[in-house]
Design a protein around this ligand. Structure first.
Ligand code: FA5
Length: 343
């Protein structure tokens, strides 16, 4: 009788276990058969105590075997359930490669660099080479070799920052590279020198203490100011993509003779007058002239054989004119909202 009952219990347990498919149904199964007081198998095993020793041995052994068999199958089932739930979880977590990624911000060239490259391209096409020089310069190259001795009042035209190292300054212009270029390459020579320069002076809408210049020089047997005018007109027309107004007027620089200043018709106000051109309609754009014989000599070039022009213009002012920027300080301010407009 009891044996029969146990066999039936095993049958129903195995068929119940088949139907178990997740943690909850597993737990229900466990409670149904193995709960401490109410479990169907527990109750049978408890009931054995009232049997005779003979029966206890026989039925006890049989029911323990069944218990072990069911427990084995339960272990397998548990693993199966764990595997299934992990699989389900992984399915949910899968990476969707079609989702758009997080966009990275890409930097862009500063307008000063963009225009510098455009100018370099134009001069390269005209056969000029592009040179650079040190920003920390000796007083000799920045002043003396350019015909500005220490006692000369022209020193006051460009006040600068003096370094602790005796005789060293932050260059006030790119002109010292004229001498370095002449010494390195001799004549004939066609070169431009873009670079950063420094002046000890108060800032306003069109003056900064740190700005960029482009120096240029052309030395050969018959170079003259007409060549300079033709070259500058061509370069500036190409930069501004239209015919620009240029004005030559006499100017003094100790390193040229004769010396002149070239002004640009103000492109911000079209000549009407604004804060950038100080209401004059013209913006001082560059200094130039025929290279002084003393400067050629300092560059180890014979002034009796060779002659040429030199010029130096404010790249920063040119960029202001090109893009209609009315305050020079915006170009050194590093304000991204401003700079992003030039992307
Ligand atoms: C010079 O620096 C001379 N070395 C130029 C030169 C070269 C003359 C070769 C003759 C032969 P100047 O100090 O004028 O000259 O400056 C040249 C240009 O730099 C100016 O025309 C102007 O466009 C620009 N510049 C001068 N000072 C400032 C400043 N504080 N801020 C921005 N741009 C400036």
């Amino acid at each position: 009788m009891l044996l029969e009952k146990i066999k039936n219990l095993k049958k129903s347990a195995l068929s119940d276990l088949e139907k178990v498919f997740d943690e909850k149904s597993f737990r229900d199964f466990e409670l149904k058969y193995f709960a401490r007081k109410t479990g169907l198998l527990t109750k049978i095993l408890r009931g054995l105590s009232g049997l005779s020793i003979e029966e206890k041995k026989k039925i006890g052994k049989f029911s323990n075997e069944i218990k072990r068999e069911i427990e084995e199958l339960m272990k397998k089932k548990k693993k199966e359930i764990e595997y299934l739930s992990l699989k389900k979880k992984l399915k949910k977590e899968k990476i969707d490669l079609t989702l758009p990624g997080q966009e990275k911000e890409i930097g862009s060239l500063h307008p000063l660099s963009t225009v510098q490259r455009e100018i370099e391209d134009i001069f390269l096409q005209m056969g000029f080479q592009i040179l650079t020089g040190p920003e920390m310069e000796s007083e000799y190259y920045n002043f003396e070799a350019l015909n500005i001795p220490s006692y000369h009042p022209a020193r006051d035209m460009q006040d600068t920052f003096y370094m602790e190292e005796e005789g060293t300054v932050l260059r006030t212009h790119t002109s010292p590279v004229q001498i370095r270029a002449m010494q390195d390459y001799g004549a004939p020579l066609k070169a431009i020198v873009p670079g950063r320069v420094f002046r000890y002076e108060a800032t306003d809408a069109s003056h900064d203490n740190t700005f960029y210049q482009i120096e240029g020089l052309m030395i050969d047997k018959e170079i003259n100011l007409a060549n300079l005018k033709a070259i500058m007109q061509e370069v500036l027309n190409r930069i501004f993509k239209k015919e620009v107004k240029l004005r030559f007027r006499p100017g003094y620089f100790p390193f040229v003779e004769p010396g002149l200043e070239l002004d640009l018709g103000c492109l911000i106000c079209e000549g009407k007058g604004c804060s950038v051109c100080k209401q004059s309609g013209w913006v001082e754009f560059m200094g130039a002239g025929m290279i002084h014989p003393n400067v050629l000599k300092a560059g180890k070039i014979n002034p009796k054989k060779w002659q040429g022009f030199a010029f130096g213009f404010g790249l920063t002012r040119l960029v202001m004119m090109k893009y209609g920027i009315n305050d020079i300080r915006l170009l050194s301010g590093g304000n991204l909202n401003f700079l992003k407009q030039f992307n």
